[in-house]
Design a protein around this ligand. Structure first.
Ligand code: SF4
Length: 379
């Protein structure tokens, strides 16, 4: 046991006496031989899956700490992630199958009973209606690869997860233009336009830290959002009618093309179909968009010119939804955002969009050579 100096002893005594004097509860002394381990793991409180350590004291997780080696959170879990440790021991956490009784209440049943009853029901559905009658719905988690395989094995293509309620429009819209979903070089951006994303509320800690650096370096931040979000406080807030992002982005593309301020060299080198786009975009003028957005035409012109001036370090953030992703026109809004990014020629540029190289993981039936050995030896 470490020896206390007289000075340390007096300090501790002073604190304890002070606490007693004002009636503060005393923190119980931790057992001297507490077994404390830090177990590297992933936070499962959202799909960002930040790298964390579970701090296990005497066999019980007491808190999580960020893993500084993880690229998503750089060692900093968010508030929701920090709450994960208490969710683990929440008395209301479901740990066993439940079945609704005749009185409408839920009662625990054994795993054997659950597997038997659900299996019988599934067989009955397949027999009477065909396997496509099954929809497997879940929140995406680390088991989703298996549940998708299971759904396919059952004979149904209907697996519904997080994507359908969140990022499907963005992924499909951006992939239609770029062939893949790009991410943003937040740290070096000079003009950042966020259609509907609240980066400060819809967490990804490393992106917030990177945009904070860009802001400190003078980046212009413009937020299109019907409400004044936390991010709107970091720059200029432009209130927009719900579902108006598509009209706004088409009008920006219209200005870039009609004023000839798009990145001609980049478009010529990398794009197909520019002539058709230029023809089709003519009717979507800044004046036309006013009815859908409530944003004055002159404001759109001013923003489009600023965006072109800062390009290629100008970005329309794909965000989570690619713009107003949860509306009927969400896919087209995502595609319009991708087109504006392409007109700015920012793909691969510092402060623009970037495509990450794919890791060759193979498939479940066809893993890359050595994958099993590596997994076994990796600890
Ligand atoms: S962003 Fe927060 S909740 Fe999501 S994985 Fe990271 S720490 Fe967990």
């Amino acid at each position: 046991m470490a020896e206390l100096s007289r000075r340390d002893f007096l300090k501790l005594g002073g604190v304890a006496a002070g606490a007693l004097a004002v009636g503060l509860p005393q923190r119980p002394a931790r057992a001297a031989q507490a077994d404390v381990r830090k177990v590297p793991t992933l936070c499962e409180m959202c799909t960002s899956r930040c790298g964390v350590f579970a701090v296990v004291e005497n066999g019980r997780v007491t808190r999580i700490e960020g893993n500084p080696a993880h690229p998503v959170n750089l060692g900093r879990p968010c508030a929701r992630g920090n709450a994960g440790a208490s969710a683990l021991y929440d008395p209301d956490r479901l740990k066993e199958p439940m079945k609704r009784g005749e009185d409408g209440k839920l009662y625990p049943i054994t795993w054997e009973q659950a597997v038997e009853e659900i299996g019988a029901k599934l067989n009955e559905i397949r027999k009477r209606h065909g396997p496509e009658a099954l929809v497997f719905a879940e929140y995406n988690n680390l088991n989703s690869t298996l549940t998708k395989r299971w759904t396919e094995a059952f004979g149904s293509p209907n697996h519904v997860g997080h994507a359908a309620n969140c990022f499907a429009n963005r992924n499909v819209g951006y992939s239609a233009v770029f062939g893949a979903l790009p991410s943003v070089d937040y740290e070096n951006v000079k003009f950042y336009l966020s259609p509907g994303r609240n980066l400060l509320g819809g967490i990804k800690v490393s992106e917030v830290a990177a945009l904070a650096k860009a802001k400190a370096n003078g980046a212009r931040i413009v937020v299109l959002d019907p409400r004044h979000s936390e991010l709107a406080g970091w720059g200029e807030w432009i209130p927009i009618k719900s579902a108006g992002d598509l009209a706004f982005l088409l009008a920006v593309a219209n200005v870039l093309i009609t004023e000839g301020i798009y990145n001609k060299a980049w478009v010529e080198a990398h794009c197909n179909g520019f002539e058709q786009l230029a023809e089709g975009i003519r009717e979507y003028t800044p004046e036309w968009q006013e009815q859908h957005t409530d944003i004055p035409a002159e404001k759109v012109r001013q923003l489009a010119r600023e965006m072109a001036a800062a390009a290629p370090a100008t970005v329309v953030d794909p965000g989570w939804h690619g713009g107003n992703g949860m509306y009927w026109n969400g896919y087209e809004a995502a595609r319009a955002g991708a087109i504006v990014n392409a007109l700015l020629g920012n793909l691969g540029a510092k402060g623009g969009l970037k495509l990450s190289p794919k890791v060759a993981l193979g498939t479940i039936d066809n893993p890359p050579e050595g994958a099993v050995l590596e997994a076994a030896g990796g600890g």
